[in-house]
Design a protein around this ligand. Sequence first.
Ligand code: PLP
Length: 428
Amino acid sequence: MRYQRSSTLFNEAQKSIPGGVNSPVRAFKSVGGTPVFVKKAKGAYLYDADGNTYLDYIASWGPMILGHAYKPVIDAIKTRADKGTSFGMPTALETEIANLALKMIPNMNKIRFVNSGTEACMSAIRLARGTTQREKIIKFKGCYHGHSDAFLIQAGSGAVTFGSPSSPGVTRGTAKDTLLADYNNLNEVSSLFNQFPEEIAAIIVEPVAGNMGCIPPKEGFLQGLRSLCDQYGSLLIFDEVMTGFRLAKGGAQELLGVAADIATYGKVLGGGLPVGAFAAKSEIMKHLAPDGPIYQAGTLSGNPLAMSAGLAMLQALDSDEEIFSRLASKTEHLEIGFKEVLKGKDIPYHINRLGSMISIHFTEEEVVDFETAALGNNERFNIYFHGMLDEGIYLPPSAFESYFLNDALTFEDIEKTINSFRKVVSNL
Ligand SMILES: *Cc1c(COP(=O)(O)O)cnc(C)c1O
């Protein structure tokens, strides 16, 4: 049996780890079946516990943008490890990566490192609230900003309403400070500002949404958010945990030409080690401890192993002028190939893509927000996912996730993927 060993390992894991996994999407709940247990990975390939090989389209959900076990990153980690792995004291390495990151990111001149994207976003809203002395935030339905309480909020009955907790354990008190709007819908944001003109500390947004499949912002959407924030004295937070160091050196801010007040990072930034960060202008960052009163801290923040991995990753990305356009053209190749395969077939679909983020939704409607993303045919997606998996193509195990291409994928690998899709389509 193809997944025998994974299945055994999964059963074992479930005895000691809730659901057998340390992050829910890994459990294959939405697509069914047995999660694949990985043994190792190199370049574009994953190798599982049963000896199966896969072309990887999730890249650890983004970080492995240059492929797995990328040598300069691995070498940096090994070299650094010999000198000690944590001190709880500052190192010159932290300044070095901070300077390089700030050179790559537009509009910002200070950056604080943390250990995950969740922490970065959680800290960013505290910074925004402390700076503006306001309490409410606006987030968009279907955007994910990590699992801290303020973000685990979904809509109540009305389209624009107070949020209600989307997880037990999140208090109503927390939920009442998170206002919700539909992605790509400026009118809703505008009416929230009308309703609470002096209470909104910040808007937090994925400048290109990647947690409901890939959904690019409509023309003028981000610019509109920028103007509303300026008009009402609120801060604009770009959650670039996914898009940062992936869409361009300077992330979505650079690619789409809209400036945020605070930007959060993670994923690629850590080169595969646990790293997050938030960046802002000095006028805002001066309020953060120890310069100012807004508290934020971390025993392992700026950890030398993580910083050396991140630095090696940023150096590789910064020195390759073609990396982001190459990734985009590989992804475009995949998009064109998939569309060829689907041409004339009676399978409604929409493919959204921006740069090296892409996803397919099996629906007739254009996918512009959570509601339209949710119209996708789940049953068809599951057959597609498992068909591709059996072909040795590892895709995100949920229609609500973007694919992340990595530069180790060759055009031949992508052709192979398209051919696999051709076989799988006949079962859809
Ligand atoms: C992954 C992700 C996060 C959370 O990062 P973690 O490192 O998983 O905590 C936050 N925001 C966005 C946009 C993400 O994609």
